[in-house]
Write a protein that binds this ligand. Structure first.
Ligand code: SF4
Length: 632
């Protein structure tokens, strides 16, 4: 029996236990699938059969959800499931050689399962460890800073079938690498003090609490007002840190003012699904100061009258789950979460953590909400927007981890204090995840307005030819633009700052990003599903040396198609890395255009080479004839 074959009764027992813990609630489908897989190693037909019965959900729907997420396996995988991070920075640090070494050592083919079912080795998108790559996930636990020696040790442990819990804890240690701290990372913050400050703040004229009866409807009179907290957030000019930069105060106010149907409640969601390759600042904020983030969520709940909260934690950060749950439990004991927060009757709000399962598109807020509801993470049509019709059709705010951390400090210190930091259009500070060709990769917190050149100097970058700001969906800038500034008025960013020195081939950087988008397209709309595949094929064609100017024109056409016809931001931005690098690093493309005329991507003669090898023939008759009568 292979290691990951469990008897049907045992699988049913696991499913029953997990489903019971989630109160047979189909909206918890993603969490149920994740937990079942954690025990059974994969989601077998027997597991799906049992879920169908216990959850009362059609089999096709369960299969549809399981099939959507990269981290769910409906085919047997190894007992040890190794996924190498395949961000461009991992490649620059030698991830491919590491993966080959492990595969050779374990006699397993990349992308396959070993014959005894012990191990499978494959690649995954960026795991958020770009400052300490190369990195891998093993059964969703991160190991960073890989070396050849560490790979050999890992192979030995796998061969010896040593349970993961008995592996040296040092393997799983990740570094915060905070290189520059400002108000967020230096915050001398005591849990509860932002809530106390919000409570003590005088009610505002607009949304005062004097006639409100509960947290949900506003706190009783004489204890400050949610309107005053909202005013501070607005005065701070806080804008969302997930990249789009929507004004936080307006979002919260719209949720607050949204009509509430009978039995419904308002919801606060923290988007910790930072899947943009090159971004890892939310990982550091959550590991360094989770209380600040949870307190910001509670401040938001107070301001909008929400009673339920979620953290959507990306699957790659599964290793943080136990610690974050322990922090939440502590906050409940301290009356900072749960019922009657701060001892105030009716002040109820609690947070649960939902772990994602490897889908970049779930970073989009409506896709994230779909996933929270236990479905495939497909972006919704908008309007209606989540602030009125979000989680289970209830008013919902979705904000980034960094936004909530900033909100806690604003509640504590006031909006004017915050607005005085940064620039006129970009208040506060920004965390940058710096990686790539520099001496000191890690997290840098700057007031908005810092120049790209300053960041490069601080992180010890030399001979830099390009910086990719805000990941593949952001912008690639060249040396002559390094005096541009980080801020909504110039270069907005979710946080990634990836440095490339002049030894790097910017065509290959763009090709890596295009492969990423093609892999992450959710397939819902045809322009993106087909367009990202065609774009990938064109880039691969150039890589293979059979590109022509015709292919440039095709890329431009694809860009127009993706930008105008795609359903969500993934499709809109999928061509960005290519267009940016064509504009700034055109020679990297021209070097690959050996042909002047159109040449098909598929080379039939080359495809027949293995047949020639097998038959031992390489004469003219074994090759395709060209139109000139020679061999092609
Ligand atoms: Fe999915 Fe792409 Fe369409 Fe977005 S644009 S919905 S990711 S297929």
């Amino acid at each position: 029996m292979a290691l990951n074959d469990m008897h049907a009764e045992a699988v049913a027992g696991v499913v029953d236990r997990v489903v019971a813990r989630y109160h047979r609630d189909p909206t918890c489908m993603v969490q149920i699938l994740r937990e079942v897989q954690e025990v059974c190693d994969w989601i077998s037909p027997e597991a799906i059969d049992r879920m169908q019965v216990t959850l009362g959900v059609p089999r096709t729907k369960i299969e549809g959800v399981a099939g959507f997420y990269s981290f769910f396996y409906t085919e047997p995988r190894g007992k040890y499931r190794v996924l190498f991070s395949d961000n461009i920075t991992d490649r620059m640090l030698g991830s491919k050689a590491m993966m080959d070494r492990l595969c050779n050592s374990l006699w397993v083919e990349r992308g396959k399962v070993s014959e005894d079912g012990l191990v499978s080795v494959a690649q995954t998108a960026c795991t958020g460890m770009c400052d300490q790559g190369p990195a891998l996930l093993i059964n969703n636990y991160a190991i960073a800073g890989l070396t050849a020696e560490r790979i050999d040790e890992i192979a030995e442990l796998i061969r010896g079938k040593v349970p993961l819990a008995e592996w040296p804890p040092a393997y799983f240690k990740t570094e915060d690498n905070i290189r520059r701290a400002d108000i967020l990372l230096n915050a001398d913050f005591k849990p509860g003090e932002a809530l106390l400050a919000a409570r003590a703040r005088a009610p505002s004229d607009g949304l005062n609490s004097s006639n409100m009866r509960s947290w949900r409807e506003g706190l009783p009179s004489g204890i400050g007002g949610p309107g005053a907290t909202l005013d501070e957030i607005k005065r701070a000019n806080l804008r969302g840190r997930g990249g789009a930069g929507f004004t936080t105060g307006l979002k919260w106010e719209a949720c607050r003012n949204a009509p509430l149907k009978a039995g419904a409640q308002r919801i606060v969601v923290c988007n910790a699904d930072e899947g943009e390759p090159g971004t890892f600042k939310d990982r550091v904020l959550l590991s360094r100061n989770p209380d600040l983030v949870f307190e910001g969520m509670t401040v938001a709940a107070y301001a909008v009258g929400a009673t339920r909260g979620f953290v959507y934690l990306r699957g790659e950060y599964r290793y943080m789950l136990d610690h974050l749950n322990a922090v939440l439990a502590h906050r409940r004991r301290e009356k900072l979460l749960g019922k009657d927060i701060l001892g105030l009757p009716g002040a109820d709000f609690d947070i649960e953590i939902h772990v994602g399962a490897g889908a970049y598109v779930c970073g989009e807020e409506s896709a994230l909400i779909e996933s929270l509801e236990g479905k495939r993470g497909t972006p919704r049509n908008r309007p209606p927007f989540p602030v009125t019709n979000g989680y289970l059709d209830q008013p919902t705010i979705v904000n980034n981890v960094e936004t909530f951390a900033a909100a806690a400090l604003i509640a504590l210190n006031g909006g004017d204090w915050y607005a005085a930091i940064g620039t006129k259009h970009s208040a506060g500070t920004k965390l940058l995840s710096v990686s790539g060709d520099c001496e000191r990769p890690g997290i840098y917190e700057y007031p908005f307005g810092v120049s790209v050149r300053q960041v490069l100097e601080d992180c010890g970058a030399r001979d830099t030819q390009a910086v990719q700001v805000s990941g593949p969906s952001g912008i690639c800038i060249a040396e002559q633009e390094f005096d541009r500034i980080i801020g909504f008025e110039d270069i907005p960013t979710a946080g990634a700052f990836t440095v490339f020195n002049n030894t790097r081939d910017m065509f290959e950087v763009a090709r890596n990003y295009v492969h990423f988008f093609q892999h992450e397209s959710c397939g819902f709309c045809t322009p993106c599903r087909v367009g990202t595949s065609l774009l990938k094929n064109l880039m691969d064609k150039l890589h293979n040396g059979v590109g022509s100017p015709y292919d440039f024109a095709e890329i431009e056409k694809l860009n127009q198609l993706l930008q105008s016809m795609s359903h969500c931001g993934l499709g809109h931005t999928a061509c960005n890395p290519v267009l940016d690098t064509i504009e700034r690093f055109r020679p990297a493309y021209e070097r690959r255009m050996a042909q002047k005329d159109f040449t098909p991507a598929f080379d039939l003669d080359r495809a027949l080479s293995s047949a020639r090898q097998m038959t031992g023939r390489d004469d003219a008759g074994a090759h395709l004839a060209t139109e000139h009568g020679g061999q092609s």
